[in-house]
Design a protein around this ligand. Structure first.
Ligand code: GAP
Length: 497
């Protein structure tokens, strides 16, 4: 599937817009629209619930984005958080040196009187056999030698722009968990192993951002620092190694649980020479994005590097007293670090389907119900009938006490269903003449509505009074077939599938 399809759907249906679009856009910044913000909040909410709220060994924090500048000296970001960059001397385009060979390149071929070709990444020209040496963007300029470029955004704290006031927008949420280690330990009286979680914004002045929301300069992370006693053993293995594997399994299972296909997920072990300066071992969970296999999240064993560094630079002890062994230890830490925006992109890509229904194309986002931005759409079959419209509004208001529910009467019912399919709404409710009756003909209503399942497009006729209970069951994971079996199908389908 093509990334452009997702970009276009995102804009058309209010998931993601380009930032400051009316001014021509801001490089690599994106705004989440009305449906995007719901989807993003749902991802963060289920992550927080599954990894923090429901676990006795986890707590959360919400730290400030601006931290003491020494944090970044201690963490190594000031010295090591760099990417090598090269510039084109002609068109001034800037590239990450390690990404240049992965780009298609422009070539003016001497064997064809200088004709211009765009050649796939890594391949030689089919006419003259030359390989790329010049700028891949303009095909004319030499590239400069690589220079290291620090990815942190610099700013000034307070009214005076001087060196002493320099601070940075955090490039990861992780450091706040290390500098608050002792505050959390003392205030919550925790015993190892335990973890501290945080979800929030991070900023990186990426040299080559792109691929929609995959790599941006402002993004959100969901990170956990899981502290373990390095002297403990679990199942005969060092505790840090045991917990590293446990977190890899748990994170994989989490992405599968919310709908990512196992075929689109894989693990990638970091080679020795690519390990970050703090890591003993790192494993990435990769997803088969529309741009190919790429990192969705990383799970690193950061050892005791960070606590020791912050202890050294702050002069404060950051240890844990091991009651059994009567000794102070510096815990090791396992770090599952996920990107919210990347997770959202993966969930959208995996949910996207184009199906043929009765000779027509149906676009559907098969989101897990917990992630779907809208859970239920309430639709009146006839918008000219006041009693139908009123009943639909009443049902919407009642259901909206529990879930995100919308009302829509701006098209014919078949079209309304398609619109909800395209944004991944798992269920629709249709109010029709049978629901409310026809007083002019002396017919009373049956006070039942048609509910429709997004994935099977099947319908069932459910009493209005039971809607709350039925949707609670369905949205908490019950199968449609199991719930709908208790109710009759509508005598005549309200509307096509
Ligand atoms: N604390 C460790 C850390 O930050 P990372 O691998 O640099 O590790 C973790 O980042 C996750 O954050 C990545 O796997 C990715 O999902 C997300 N991420 C990192 N840089 C990003 C960017 N520029 N745009 C979007 N997401 C990003």
């Amino acid at each position: 599937m093509n990334m452009d399809v997702l970009v276009s759907l995102s804009k058309r249906r209010g998931f993601v817009f380009q930032s400051s679009e009316i001014y021509g856009g801001t490089g690599s910044c994106w705004d989440y629209g009305p449906l995007g913000v719901e989807l993003k909040n749902n991802i963060k909410r289920v992550w927080w619930r599954d990894f923090v709220q429901t676990r006795a060994d986890m707590v959360g924090i919400d730290a400030s984005i601006l931290m003491h500048p020494t944090v970044w000296k201690a963490s190594g970001h000031l010295d090591h958080f760099t990417d090598p960059m090269v510039d084109c001397r002609e068109c001034k385009h800037r590239f990450r040196a390690d990404h240049v060979d992965a780009l298609p390149w422009v070539h003016y071929c001497p064997a064809t009187k200088g004709n211009k070709f765009t050649i796939p990444a890594g391949e030689p020209c089919g006419h003259c056999g030359q390989r790329r040496t010049l700028c891949p963007n303009c095909g004319k300029g030499d590239l400069t030698a690589p220079r290291q470029f620090n990815l942190m955004f610099k700013t000034f704290m307070g009214p005076v722009e001087e060196d002493a006031a320099v601070t940075y927008l955090r490039p990861e949420t992780a450091q706040a968990m290390f500098v608050n280690f002792d505050n959390v330990l003392q205030s919550m009286r925790l015993k190892l192993p335990f973890g501290i979680a945080q979800a929030g914004r991070s900023f990186r002045n990426e040299i080559t951002p792109g691929n929609f929301i995959f790599r941006t300069r402002e993004f959100e992370q969901m990170e956990i620092e899981y502290f373990v006693n390095p002297n403990d053993r679990v199942d005969g293995r060092p505790a840090d190694e045991y917990w590293h594997d446990r977190w890899i399994e748990d994170c994989m299972a989490w992405f599968r649980r919310y709908g990512l296909s196992p075929d689109n997920l894989r693990l990638r072990e970091h080679e020795r020479d690519e390990l970050a300066h703090y890591a003993k071992r790192t494993v990435d969970i990769e997803y088969k994005f529309p741009i190919g296999w790429s990192e969705l999240m990383g799970i690193a064993n950061r050892t005791d590097f960070d606590l020791k560094q912050h202890s050294k630079w702050s002069g404060k002890s950051l240890t844990y007293f091991d009651d059994e062994r009567k000794e102070h230890v510096v815990p090791f830490v396992v770090e599952p670090a996920a990107g919210v925006d990347r997770a959202l992109l993966a969930f959208m890509a995996d949910a996207y389907r184009e199906e043929e229904v009765r000779g027509e194309k149906r676009v559907v986002l098969k989101f897990h119900p917990e992630l779907a931005p809208i859970k239920i759409a309430v639709l009146p079959l006839l918008k000219k009938r006041d009693d139908i419209v009123r009943t639909a509004h009443t049902i919407r208001a009642e259901l909206a006490r529990h879930w995100r529910v919308v009302y829509d009467d701006t098209a014919a019912i078949g079209r309304l269903y398609r619109r909800q399919d395209e944004v991944g709404t798992p269920y629709c409710v249709t109010v029709d003449v049978q629901t409310v009756g026809d007083s002019e003909r002396g017919e009373t209503g049956d006070f039942r509505v048609t509910i429709r399942d997004r994935d099977s497009m099947e319908q069932a006729r459910v009493p209005i009074a039971e809607l709350g209970a039925v949707f609670r069951e369905l949205l908490e994971g019950a199968a449609w077939s199991q719930v709908s079996a208790r109710y009759p199908a509508p005598p005549v389908k309200a509307s096509g599938p």
